[in-house]
Design a protein around this ligand. Structure first.
Ligand code: FES
Length: 150
C-alpha cells in the first residue's frame, strides 16, 4: 500500500516537475526570443547599381560639384575648371563621412577631419588612408551618366 502511494506521489511530483520545467522554458523563450530578434539586424539585400543619371549638364557649371545617389551610397560628380567630368564615391575613406567639392581649393574635401582629395580622387592631405573609388562619367545629350569602372 505504501509503495502504491509512493508511486502515485512520485508520478504526481514528476508531472509537476515536468510542467514547471516546461513553463520556465516557455517563459525564457518568450523573454529572450524577442530580445534576440531585436538585437540581430535583418538581412538586407543591397541592390547593385551600375549606372545612374547623376545630373543634367546644365545643372553643373565648371569648377563645381554635386553629390548624387549611386544606389544606396552617395557619389560626387565634379566638372573641373577646364570642363572635364569626374565622378567618385562620395564616401570618405577615413571614417565614411560624405565628401564635398571645394571650388576655392579646386579639389574634394571632407569636413569631418579635414581630409583632402585631388581631382583624380587621390588622398593628398589629412587622415584619409586611400583614394576615393573612381567612377566613369560620360555626357549623353543633357545628361551626365555615371557608371562603375570595370
Ligand atoms: S571621415 Fe573624412 S577625413 Fe575623417
Amino acid at each position: 500500500m505504501d509503495s502504491e502511494l509512493d508511486r502515485g506521489e512520485l508520478s504526481r511530483r514528476n508531472l509537476l516537475d515536468l510542467l514547471l520545467s516546461g513553463s520556465l522554458l516557455s517563459f525564457a523563450a518568450a523573454v529572450f526570443y524577442p530580445v534576440l530578434r531585436y538585437i540581430t539586424p535583418p538581412p538586407v539585400s543591397e541592390v547593385t547599381t551600375t549606372s545612374v543619371v547623376a545630373a543634367k549638364v546644365s545643372e553643373i557649371a565648371p569648377n563645381t560639384g554635386k553629390v548624387f545617389r549611386f544606389g544606396s551610397r552617395p557619389g560626387i560628380l565634379v566638372q573641373t575648371a577646364s570642363g572635364e567630368w569626374r565622378a567618385f564615391s562620395a564616401v570618405c575613406t577615413h571614417l565614411q563621412c560624405t565628401v564635398q567639392y571645394r571650388a576655392d581649393l579646386e579639389h574634394i574635401w571632407c569636413a569631418c577631419h579635414n581630409g583632402h582629395f585631388d581631382l583624380s580622387g587621390k588622398n593628398v592631405a589629412g587622415p584619409p588612408p586611400r583614394p576615393l573609388d573612381q567612377f566613369n562619367a560620360t555626357v549623353k545629350g543633357d545628361e551626365v551618366i555615371v557608371t562603375l569602372k570595370t
